[in-house]
Design a protein around this ligand. Sequence first.
Ligand SMILES: Nc1nc2c(ncn2[C@@H]2O[C@H](COP(=O)(O)OP(=O)(O)OP(=O)(O)O)[C@@H](O)[C@H]2O)c(=O)[nH]1
Ligand SMILES: [Mg+2]
Length: 246
Amino acid sequence: MYAIFLTGTAGSGKSLLASRLREWYEKIEAYPIILNLDPGAISLPYEPDVDVRAYIDIEEIMNRYSLGPNGALIMASDMISSKLDELQKEIDELNPDYLIVDTPGQVELFAYRASGLYFVQELNADIKANIFLFDSSLISIPSNYVSIMLLSISIMLRLKIAQINVLSKYDLIDKKFAWISNYASLENELIRKDDELHLLALDLFKTLKSNRISTPLPVSSVTYEGLMNIAALLSRIFKGGEELEY
Ligand SMILES: Nc1nc2c(ncn2[C@@H]2O[C@H](COP(=O)(O)OP(=O)(O)OP(=O)(O)O)[C@@H](O)[C@H]2O)c(=O)[nH]1
Ligand SMILES: [Mg+2]
């Protein structure tokens, strides 16, 4: 079984992409399942096959510990690792080819606290990969694009598994932002501005480039653009490209 984690800032499109990936793998006649690992999810654009909400109830935590929604979310995220055995048992009984893991909206609660990290490390799967979503709607100028790239590097350094960066909601991008999927034009945009912060952004960008951190893959879960490219990259990570012809 291969595990695919979906991480990214709140509202970046993790849950909808989870459902699109499940559709994709079903289409190629593999057996994918989705694990919803977001205890705070109120409504999801798919029916989860395994659901952490069966074990962690935010409302109950709020009532029992007299917590507000934010405190309860932190506590719920910290409880995820303690439910690994139960979740793993459900997953193993289903015995999928691909496990798609939809993580909590607040990426810091998942990737920067011990519980989420423990879950990623201890989940039993042959190979694990992380898809990090850059939300297109947060990127309007080159320097905030660099700042989101740094967030993705930070997650990569935390989770220490193969990572694919994705530019989500690509259908919403103003196509005049050509620099968004092209390193050479991004560098030109950064050079054209000459205030101090743009110089800092330019320096950081050069570091990313020299470390061969690639530009995020443009993807839309609405038009399905780019979905095949994600699947091809995942296939390369998992099997060295066997499924590329699909
Ligand atoms: N136009 C467009 N909208 C999208 C796309 N992907 C997601 N959305 C919309 O963006 C909103 C958030 O999507 P979700 O999939 O719930 O995002 P999420 O990262 O799971 O959100 P949280 O779990 O709440 O952090 C929803 O209204 C989606 O319909 C996309 O590719 N294009
Ligand atoms: Mg979600």
